[in-house]
Ligand binder design. Structure first.
Ligand SMILES: [Zn+2]
Ligand SMILES: [Zn+2]
Length: 205
């Protein structure tokens, strides 16, 4: 199975700039993307059990393009307590602000020493403005879809809220039944530790 740490090369997510109108009508386009492999992230392997749907919507805000990218899919990930593969729906969205500018000629004028100050920060102060080359007919949004996808991946998942995890002594999955390791003959001093660790686990939730 392929392991991805960057958007798959075969993703084709070009948006034609001429389709985004200044008339105030929001342009919308949906991409269905396949992921024939896993994403390595948070030190774990995320497998996809359905295609990835990415919904792009955009309109002009003044001279800039304000866009929203929403991503949905289903993943399969090991339960962080019992390691059983667990499927769950994921989804997330981010807003982006793009500014069209002639990037090539800007580079030329910069090379001549006519460096203009860049407005890479929005007036609100916290949104990065991403330059897009106004000489190109379309721009590729796959790096942004990838970014939203990574942000929507949960750091950990439980197969159920009441997952019993694995027995620390024999390794048996306690959701499948008791293993008999925790007998009444256990050292009472260890019982205290066991209760403590259960409380600690509860606090993590
Ligand atoms: Zn579990
Ligand atoms: Zn056991």
């Amino acid at each position: 199975m392929k392991r991805y740490t960057a958007p798959p090369m075969e993703w084709s997510c070009g948006v034609l700039l001429s389709l985004i109108k200044k008339s105030g009508v929001t342009f919308e386009e949906e991409f269905e993307l396949s992921m024939d492999g896993s994403i390595e992230y948070w030190g774990q392997s995320y497998e996809f059990s359905s295609p990835i749907t990415a919904a792009f919507s955009a309109g002009y805000a003044g001279e800039r393009i304000l866009a929203n990218i929403a991503v949905y899919s289903k993943i399969s990930l090991s339960c962080s307590r019992c390691l059983t593969k667990t499927e769950l729906a994921i989804g997330g969205n981010l807003r982006y602000l793009f500014s069209l500018r002639p990037i090539h000629s800007e580079a030329v004028s910069n090379a001549r020493g006519n460096v203009e100050s860049h407005d890479d920060i929005d007036e609100d102060g916290d949104v990065d403005v991403i330059p897009i080359d106004s000489f190109q007919a379309e721009f590729d949004i796959s790096p942004y879809i990838w970014e939203v996808l990574l942000l929507s991946l949960p750091e950990r998942v439980l197969c159920s809220d009441s997952c019993g995890g694995l027995c620390p002594i024999c390794g048996k999955n306690l959701n499948e039944g008791d293993c008999g390791c925790e007998s009444d003959s256990a050292d009472p001093r260890l019982e205290v530790l066991r209760d403590y660790s259960i409380k600690e686990q509860g606090r993590e939730e």
